[in-house]
Design a protein around this ligand. Structure first.
Ligand code: 5GP
Length: 146
């Protein structure tokens, strides 16, 4: 089988690796020993959050079971917080594997987007206002902590 443009080796300089190293700022929603959740800088809807494992995984193929479980549990927390903060039931959970699928950052991550498949905005196109992202992150974090 031929797979085009597939990145298979982990690049330590990818943007999410730099966040985990503390080299790049982000709006944190939640963190524990195995995962980090933060606001997507180019949201496809208001409240778009990314959950990443603290493991060097390019995509789902690399994800270790303990990190897979941890990402899912953090995703659950974030999704429940999004439902509460945005007063809506509908939250999309999305995850892209490989550039062919549209993956642009090659550190495994789950998208949690308070939206509908019929209304979803374009992927990674429009940068959000920094203050808006900070305010939403704060609201979500407060609900998770409560
Ligand atoms: P992918 O295309 O890999 O599934 O998703 C990558 C996501 O990362 C996109 O939704 C994009 O908006 C987001 N993103 C790209 N660069 C940055 C960044 O520097 N900071 C944050 N918070 N998100 C980013």
């Amino acid at each position: 089988m031929t797979v085009l443009n597939q990145q298979t080796t982990y690049d330590d300089n990818n943007i999410f690796a730099k966040m985990l190293d503390g080299d790049i700022p982000y709006h944190k929603v939640y963190e524990d020993d195995k995962t980090l959740a933060f606001m997507d800088i180019m949201p496809q809807a208001e409240g778009h959050v990314l959950v990443i494992p603290k493991q060097k995984a390019v995509d789902l193929a690399d994800l270790e079971p303990e990190y897979a479980a941890a990402v899912l549990m953090t995703s659950k927390k974030v999704m429940q917080a999004q439902r509460q903060v945005f007063e809506r039931e509908g939250v999309i959970q999305m995850q892209l594997n490989g550039s062919q699928a549209g993956q642009t950052v090659f550190h495994y991550h789950v998208h949690l987007i308070p939206s509908s498949i019929h209304e979803l905005g374009r992927h990674a196109v429009t940068q959000a206002d920094n203050n808006d992202l900070a305010a939403i992150a704060q609201k979500l974090a407060a609900v998770i902590d409560a």
